[in-house]
Write a protein that binds this ligand. Structure first.
Ligand SMILES: [Cu+2]
Length: 385
């Protein structure tokens, strides 16, 4: 042990000797040497680690490039039938009777009786495009149901299809294992719930595989009208149910059926409001200038959100996610997302006469049919977006 270090007074010397400076230099050099060695060691570790990571990445990439035979699905080679149309598509679009978007009246009295009858039917989802659907009351979406907040809703589901089905109401707070169970072909089942939550909600078949049952047309909307005085009175009320269709053929010569690979890849052939591509382009919804128009929108999916937008105006009031508390509403927004399995309500007031397209502004959806027109005032002609 150095006497300098052992003697506290040594560190206080005003002028250290030559030998002391030399010792300090030697110690500093040693420390520097150790530091270089340590830094070098960690650099080596880092390099090894990076090389290991790169090797792992290379191995993963190689695995991805050569998947085992069982995992080799047709993803990436799916055939799209988007836009398939017969020569007389325009005439068919004109003669098509559009799904009634007008909100029906809510039943009077304390109980709302809802009868849903399920059938296997062939529906049209675009001009000349047929699809083998599982649907309620003859089409997809199922009937628009309108009840008042606080009403008791009595659901009766009758299965006239070939396989078991069920019905799940998003407006209900009930034990799903009790209420939403499967109904065998030829049978009926009933359950009740109190519609305490206002808004617009999806209902759908919840039988496995749910993706297939929804995609095949087993969905609809229920509007639970908020208590009187909560919302400003609307002059027009329209209900739109957005959905996707996944086809195994173009559906022109024979009805198309569900394609699970496309549904998993979320690459629909058609996307619609109320089940039929572009039906409100040929048959616009209407309003007078200055009227308050309320859209009750559900996105049935099964998998893709709807980004609701009206071209040429701004949504005066949006009730996102169907939360009908006016204190939480949004004002003057351009586009609002309605999630798959969710709902939202939009109020618009348009002063200038014209044709105003309503779309999902995720624009692939427009190309695939999720577009309609709101015709304000007396306007000639039509347009699509
Ligand atoms: Cu079903």
């Amino acid at each position: 042990m150095s006497t300098h270090a052992a003697n506290p007074s040594a560190a206080q010397r005003p002028a250290p000797s030559e030998s002391h400076a030399g010792a300090m230099f030697a110690v500093a050099s040693l420390l520097l040497g150790i530091l270089v060695a340590v830094v070098g060691f960690f650099a080596l570790l880092t390099w090894l680690d990076a090389r290991h990571a790169r090797d792992a990445a290379d191995r993963a990439a190689a695995r991805a490039a050569t998947p085992p035979a069982a995992a080799m699905s047709s993803t990436g080679a799916l055939t799209s039938y988007a836009g398939a149309a017969p020569a007389n598509a325009d005439a068919l679009a004109s003669s098509h009777k559009p799904f009634a978007a007008e909100l029906p009246a809510a039943p009077a009295g304390p109980v709302a009786h809802v009868n849903l009858v399920l059938k296997d039917v062939t529906v049209q989802i675009a001009p000349g495009v047929k699809y083998t659907a599982w649907a309620w009351a003859g089409g997809a979406p199922g009937p628009v149901i309108h009840v008042r907040q606080g009403q008791l809703v009595k659901i009766t589901l009758t299965n006239r299809g070939a396989i078991p089905h069920s019905v799940d109401f998003h407006a209900a707070r009930v034990a799903p294992n009790v209420a939403f169970g499967d109904v065998m072909p030829g049978k009926s089942v009933s359950y009740t719930f109190r519609a305490n939550d206002p808004g617009v909600f999806m209902y759908h078949c919840g039988t496995k595989p749910v993706l297939m049952h929804i995609a095949n047309g087993m969905y609809g909307a229920i509007v639970v009208e908020p208590n009187p005085g909560v919302l400003p009175k609307a002059d027009k009320n329209y209900v739109l149910v957005a959905s996707e269709w996944y086809l195994d053929s173009n559906g022109l010569s024979k009805p198309a059926q569900f394609d699970m690979d496309k549904a998993h890849a979320r690459t629909p052939d058609w996307m619609t409001f109320n089940g039929y591509a572009g039906q409100y382009v040929k048959h616009p919804l209407t309003a007078k200038p200055g009227e308050l128009v309320r859209f009750w929108v559900v996105d049935a999916g099964p998998s893709i959100d709807t980004d609701f937008h009206i071209v040429g105006t701004v949504l005066n009031t949006a009730y996102p996610f169907g939360d009908m508390d006016p204190g939480r509403a949004l004002h003057n927004v351009q586009t609002a997302t309605v999630p798959a399995g969710g709902g939202a309500v939009f109020d618009v007031q348009i002063d200038k006469a014209g044709l105003y397209p309503f779309v999902s502004h995720a624009f692939a959806a427009v190309d695939e049919g999720q577009v309609g027109l709101l015709k304000v005032g007396h306007v000639e002609g039509t347009m699509s977006h």
